[in-house]
Design a protein around this ligand. Sequence first.
Ligand SMILES: *Cc1c(COP(=O)(O)O)cnc(C)c1O
Length: 393
Amino acid sequence: MNTHSLQTRLLHNDQKFDPQTGAVSVPIQQSSTFHQQDFDTPGDYDYSRSGNPTRTALEETIAGLENGTKGFAFASGMAAISTAFMLLSKGDHIVITKDVYGGTFRMIHDVLHRFGIDHTFVDMTDLHEVATAIKPNTKLLYIETPSNPTLEITDISAVAKLAKANNCLTFVDNTFMTPALQRPLDLGADLVLHSATKFIAGHSDVVAGLAVTNRKDVAEALSFLQNSFGSILGAHDCWLVLRGLKTLHCRITQSSQSAAKVAEALSSHPLVEHVYYPGFRCHPGNSTHTYQSDGYGAVLSFRLRDEEAVRQFTKAVEIPVYAVSLGAVESILSYPARMSHASMPKEERAKRGITDGLLRLSVGLEKPEDLIADFSQALNQIERTAEVRRVSI
Ligand SMILES: *Cc1c(COP(=O)(O)O)cnc(C)c1O
């Protein structure tokens, strides 16, 4: 087992070079099928839905980084999450965090429900509420921490303990943290899920999903489901994710440092009603997050007065792209009420603090002082309209 730190293992792992040619970039095996010498001794690969060498390279790499035993690569984060839900059966019940990713909400609420899989949304930061929601048929506790987009923190090991005591599985969507900052399997989770579209690939050029477990039974069941559903990641996209992974540590470290500066600057501006950022000492989840993670990440949210203020601000801001998604080299500003959480009814959004004034920012690799100056001038555009005094942040 490679004992180096994660930062080093991103580069020096089993995929360091191709044993056949010495190539230091994993070969892209763009082949759907594989010649079989004879039918008594099939090779390692037969058909690329079941397995492909480039995908294996990615699956082994992510398994190692999450300290798991088996990794899986899927066509998207939602493909990974949806396939993992298929570990459940009709009649089962899920306890899930109320401020879950919008696509996961839609899957649970509009799809699994039709197949007789029931759910209860809870405030996962409240262990008592989690414990109370567990029923005799509960099979899964589903965590997202920090949550999206209000950055609430769930105590992973406490929830995993509760799950074990009740014979349930624990899944953690680790998209916001990546294994560079948080390793849920070490904290007792059974399955880690990722939208690799975000920080892991990191360049806004591929849609991908990953899953990792350290349990043999879960690995076998998920292998079967991955092959049955077939929502696998193609060889070329696997290569893009592998390339993104090499710079994961330095990207997320730099972006996280900048996010701390931006959060601080935004919180001192009078037109910003609230900044959601787990790195603030006054954040209710700060001590839990500090205990279970190696950093506060590069995503923060902030609340302006209303939709009109958001409209004026987003019109004036120059640097970040205004888009869905996060975790890229460029800063991405998004409007959850109309983007990631648009599929959630307004009253459900309100319960989760996703107001019409809430913006989410994923900080990229730009110079933080440039971002701060840009946000300052954009906030001042709102102020002029509202005839509030100008301030610089
Ligand atoms: C984007 C995202 C997903 C879904 O991933 P896709 O790659 O878009 O399918 C799931 N969870 C979180 C936290 C995300 O940000």
